[in-house]
Design a protein around this ligand. Sequence first.
Ligand code: ADQ
Length: 466
Amino acid sequence: MELDPVSRLIVISNRVSAPTGSHSGAQGGLAVALASALREYKGIWFGWSGDRADSFTGDIHFERSDGVTTATIDLEDQDVDEYYNGYANRTLWPLFHYRVDLAEYEREYAGGYRRVNERFAETVYPLIEDGDAIWIQDYHMFPLGDELRKRGCGNRIGFFLHIPWPPRRLMSILPEAQALARSLFAYDVIGFHIDEWLQSFCDFAEQELGAVRDGEDLVLDGRRVRVMAVPIGIDVQEFVDLAAGTKARLAYRQMRDSATGRDMIVGVDRLDYSKGLEERFLGYERFLTEHPEERKEVFLLQIAPPSREAVGSYQKIRRTLEELSGRINGEYADIDWVPIRYVNQGYSRDVLAGIYRAAKIGLVTPLRDGMNLVAKEYVAAQDPEDPGVLILSRFAGAATQLTDALLVNPYSAEEMSDAIIRALRMSRTERIDRWRKMMAAIEQQDISWWLDTFTSALMEREPVPA
Ligand code: ADQ
């Protein structure tokens, strides 16, 4: 632990999910990571409750559970529409995942985003004490550090981006690109998952704002920011233990029984267009066409709980996938075999661990992904004596660490088909060899490493003089 024992860590993110103390909740990657991280420190996790109020009050609800104090506020309808469903998920998310075609630019969205960040700053500022370190998470909160500085906050403030930072030319499409990037110079440290996202940010800051590189820092108008690549990890031991637990063993047996001797390929993703599900189904279909002899030997289990359902592009991808899985099943299924089992619900982490372990192949093929924790969870859940094979998109941040996966271009149905047949035919010796190297990589840079590396860098910075 690198924090001074008297200082607290205040984590701020859009959503806060109180740790349940069990492993039953289906939570997003960020939530799971932060809950494990905060248990190690004393501090507060501040954010939106996920609930709506008739009008914004700024009332804070405190809760203490499983060693973590959470402080949440409700937002009003207009905030949720413009900030969350608007700027965050209709504008920034698609653009930052290279989906210029899906990004929407509305002044009301940008206005709502700014208003909510001001509201966050106004509400959290009185909770901050001298010596606290503040760590702001993700694209919902880019300007929050700047808003806190405007209110006189001199504490150390760090920011971590969980999604990619787009290349300069793409970023320039955003009407507020310059102001938004400039506001990031309020931070002391900015973390990205991988060097590629970091370099894209530096490129934008240097070329568009006139910032200057100085070693590991970027300097603009006298403000010095440390930029670093720190890939987020998982709690590997937790996952290994989960996979060996009763619920996981039960789920494993159920999957094995229902597979009736066939090999299972598994995909587990939030239902999001960035996860490349359509392309994955098409790649799997290509495999079925090219290898008719394998048809009844395998099946694909795709678990994809819906997310962000208020946003049109998410309703559309859901319809597209229903049609596509229906068409493929209609075309290839037989009385005793269905090629795709497509399931739209979440599962608890222990059940997921059992499912991962039962799968001969983990198919993780996002078109673009900041990191992707499912890839790491799949690896951690495997049987060391008989591990499955990970097929991973080269456009996921995780591909920089999991170089012993079968890396594929998710846009290429042919590459995906080739990788599937290669994985099915891979010898146990090669599977073990690849798995060991991937396991070593995720153990070395696990969730504690991520937390310690970032917070150490933050604590090395001097607080801003009042
Ligand atoms: P996400 O886009 O949510 O995270 P990911 O990193 O894969 O993507 O995390 C998903 C998490 O949700 C995993 O822990 C997974 O187990 C869980 N999950 C997914 N489907 C589930 C289901 N059906 N049931 C239960 N749990 C399910 C964002 C970025 C990523 C980045 C993370 C963390 O988009 O690139 O890796 O933040 O920084």
